[in-house]
Design a protein around this ligand. Structure first.
Ligand code: KG4
Ligand code: ZN
Length: 339
């Protein structure tokens, strides 16, 4: 009997400010390397030109490390999967050009991956202790660039049923964090400070958006006006109330997300939910989902697969490899890439 050949996929991610590479064997992670670009901190947000330059510096060592850590030789790779979009064009070009050149050099297939699909399909990485979702399920993508509710009928049969009309939820965390003099990105710090504060201390406006769409710009304005007013009365207001401010802001955001998810469950009748994207690291969102009173079956990925990473690109590569969904080297990166 002939042995089934192992499938080794190299995943490459460079859509924003993380240069990442991962190697998978039959859907299991052998290595998962991320070089996070700290240089954007001092600017309070990602500077696209600097991001692409940093990707250019990082891509070779990151891929090299991923292959070495996986304990394989690059000639064993079956295919290379890369993020085609959406994302910053200059950043995408670095990863996609590199992936194309390496695939050509090794004479192996190339696989184009949608970054947003990858955030949700990360749940199909073989991981002990993590159960894979059953189709159909609802995906909630919450990151610095995106906020979507997606109905996932099958691996590549997804339908966006709600999305933000303005800021992404992570952007709201980061921008409100900036107003509260917190460093960028502020999400994880707000989460940490919120644990010490009272979520009912202050009330911020919640948007009234129809259907399953989101809006976070109103919350941002509400926080801004509130802080301006309070600081006129007391210049130290932010420092003296930082924990309560973080807890109240975070509660407002989590309430908005849970409210829309409840509506999505009601509309679709689907009670199985999987979350993805950097904001799914948030402990209050995790608590609210895991302790929900509606008997939802909730899937929360391992922390390293929530923020931008290449393991999620690799798993999509593996799923597409099995279907022979390869792409030509002439394929162009796409800043806006719908699915
Ligand atoms: O998915 P991601 O790494 O990159 C994008 O594709 O955007 O998400 C980054 C976002 C940032 O806005 C960051 O503030 C937020 O995720 N974030 C958090 C937490 N950890 C990261 N937001 C809330 N709570 C956290 N614990
Ligand atoms: Zn992302």
């Amino acid at each position: 009997m002939s042995k089934i050949k192992d499938i080794y996929i190299l995943g490459i991610e460079s859509s924003c400010d993380d240069t990442a590479a991962a190697v998978l064997c039959n859907g299991k992670i052998l290595s998962n390397i991320v070089a996070t670009q700290e240089l954007h901190q001092e600017y309070g947000g990602v500077v696209p030109e600097l991001a692409s330059r940093a990707h250019q510096q990082n891509i070779v060592p990151v891929v090299d490390q991923a292959i070495k850590k996986a304990g394989i030789d690059k000639n064993q790779l079956s295919a290379i999967a890369f993020t085609r979009g959406p994302g910053l064009m200059g950043s995408l070009l670095v990863g996609s050009s590199f992936a194309k050149s390496l695939a050509m050099g090794l004479d192996i297939p190339l696989i184009a991956v949608n970054h947003l699909q990858a955030h949700l399909l990360a749940h199909f990485i073989e991981e002990p202790g993590f159960e894979k979702p059953n189709f159909p399920f609802l995906g909630l993508t919450i990151s610095g660039g995106h906020t979507q509710i997606v109905k996932i009928n099958d691996y590549f049969d997804m339908e966006i049923i709600g999305e933000t009309l303005d800021d992404a939820v992570g952007e709201a965390f980061d921008k409100c964090g900036k107003m509260m003099n917190l460093p960028y990105p502020a999400g994880a710090i707000i989460d940490k400070y919120a644990k010490k504060g009272n979520p009912k201390a202050f009330t911020f406006a919640k948007p009234k958006v129809k259907n399953l769409d989101f809006s976070f710009s109103g919350v941002k304005t509400s926080v801004l006006y509130f802080l301006q007013k309070k600081q006129k009365e007391n210049p130290n207001f932010i420092e003296e109330n930082i924990y309560d401010l973080c807890a109240s802001f975070q509660k407002t955001i989590v309430d908005i997300l849970i409210d829309k998810l409840e509506k999505a469950v009601e509309k679709t009748g689907i009670k199985e939910i999987a979350i993805g994207g950097g904001v799914s690291a948030n402990s209050e969102i995790r608590n609210a989902l895991l302790n929900n009173k509606n008997n939802w079956k909730v899937h929360i990925p391992k922390f390293e697969y929530t923020t931008d990473n290449a393991a999620m690109i690799g798993i999509v590569g593996y799923l597409k490899y099995k279907n022979s969904q390869f792409t030509d080297v002439s394929v162009a990166a796409k800043a806006r890439y719908l699915f």
